[in-house]
Design a binder for this molecule. Structure first.
Ligand SMILES: Cc1ncc(COP(=O)(O)O)c(C=O)c1O
Length: 260
């Protein structure tokens, strides 16, 4: 029986389970877990960023990024169907005091002109736009892939207006497979981005958030506040590093294309 309800239903492979037995571990909070450190270095390199931090979930990646990028009362601009609006329990408001400006997009994507008209410089009355959040792929649009020039163009509009830019890359690796473009090409220009190992990558737990050294220092401080700092997390990181098994069918499925 196969359950295709969601890519979150994948279970760790035998190889993933076995790798745990020999994984080197240490105290992650102290930077002493070599397997977690290796995973973070691997993802930072993959996404073309200075550094990365291991987190228990994609939700925590989004919420930490929002907390780092904005101050209470400032505005996050995103497409209306995205995860931070609909599935994170109002956490942007609870954890960061964020205003959300949700725009109607096309299959989860926004146009640069539309973003430009939505950006507010702030006033006594109006919240200041401070951050753009894009979702690649767009989950509620059935996994729609933003075109590369469009995701770059909205990033440029946001940067020109002084906004921080964040990519929810829960399923970024699907876009990599679909497009043949590297993950770092997709993330270029974005201040923060992340991938989720418990989606099509098959691991039971774990997501990695990447950005500049300064961003990661701040992200670590928030991770600590939220109780997301771990101990022997190499047990989990080893399964993420192992990645899904190579399939011998020759079919172009996402899982068979991605090797970590
Ligand atoms: C687009 C998107 N972002 C974020 C998340 C949150 O990830 P997690 O379940 O690891 O918290 C999901 C989960 O399905 C998602 O689809």
């Amino acid at each position: 029986m196969y359950d295709f309800y969601s890519d979150t239903k994948t279970k760790p492979t035998a190889a993933m389970r076995k790798t745990v037995l020999t994984a080197e571990v240490g105290d992650e909070q102290e930077g002493e877990d070599p397997t977690t450190t290796a995973l973070c270095a691997r993802v930072a390199d993959l996404l073309g960023k200075d550094g990365a931090v291991f987190l228990p979930s994609g939700t925590m990646c989004n919420e930490i990024a929002i907390r780092v990028h904005i101050r209470p009362g400032e505005e996050v601009i995103c497409e209306r169907s995205c995860h931070i609006v609909n599935f994170e329990g109002g956490a942007p408001a609870v954890l960061s005091g964020a205003m959300i400006k949700a725009l109607d997009g096309d299959r989860g994507t926004l146009q640069p002109g539309q973003l430009k008209s939505a950006i507010s410089t702030g006033s006594r009355y109006t919240p200041r736009s401070r951050m753009l959040c894009v979702e690649q792929t767009a989950n509620m649009a059935g996994g729609a892939v933003w075109p590369l020039d469009q995701i770059r163009a909205v990033c440029t509009v946001a940067k020109d207006a002084g906004l921080a830019t964040h990519m929810d890359g829960a399923r970024l690796m699907n876009a990599v497979v679909q497009s043949g473009r590297s993950a770092s090409e997709w993330c270029a220009g974005y201040d923060s981005c992340w991938i989720d190992f418990s989606k099509g990558l098959g691991a039971p737990v774990g997501a990695v958030l990447a950005g500049s050294h300064d961003f990661i220092d701040h992200a670590w401080a928030v991770k600590q506040q939220l109780g997301g700092a771990m101990r022997q997390s190499g047990i989990l990181a080893a399964m993420c590093l192992q990645g899904p098994s190579r399939r011998k069918t020759g079919r172009r499925s996402c899982i068979s294309q991605i090797h970590f």
